[in-house]
Ligand binder design. Structure first.
Ligand code: HEC
Length: 115
């Protein structure tokens, strides 16, 4: 699945599974019309940060084909699809990467007050 395969899960969580560099991408409640442009616009707004962090974590940017972007938007807005997603979908090395990137993250690493 692309959410894992493209590395989104390293920085974004769904159902509480995933990293926290970016905000959770849980699907909004209720049936709604999806505007792919507004999703792309949201990604675009986060792009500068995402690209910086991605280069940090992966050493390169993530590229998506049109079809892949389409699929990932489908996933981001589908509670039905997301309800099937859990830790079991994430390979161990990716889970380790998530733990690794969380380390030393300001929100996790509480600075030692005595140093
Ligand atoms: C290396 C970390 C990283 C990866 C990998 C990553 N993102 Fe992000 N993403 C971020 C950061 C940081 C932001 C900006 C902060 C925020 O808005 O969450 C962001 C923002 C976003 C936003 C805008 C959120 C909002 O509500 O405005 C979307 C949508 C998004 N990312 C989707 C994706 C998708 C889809 C993928 C996989 C193809 C992905 N991201 C991969 C770090 C990442």
């Amino acid at each position: 699945m692309l959410f894992v395969g493209k590395g989104c899960v390293v920085c974004h969580s769904v159902n509480g599974v995933g990293g926290d560099e970016g905000r959770p991408l849980d699907a909004p409640a209720g049936r709604q019309l999806v505007n792919p442009f507004s999703f792309s616009a949201r990604m675009w707004r986060g792009a500068e940060m995402m690209i910086a962090v991605q280069q940090d974590v992966f050493g390169e940017q993530i590229y998506l084909t049109g079809q892949e972007l389409f699929d990932i938007i489908g996933f981001a807005y589908s509670r039905a699809e997301q309800s099937l997603f859990g830790e079991a979908d994430v390979p161990h090395d990716v889970l380790e990467l998530i733990e690794h990137t969380d380390e030393g993250h300001p929100r996790h690493g509480h600075p030692d007050p005595h140093t």
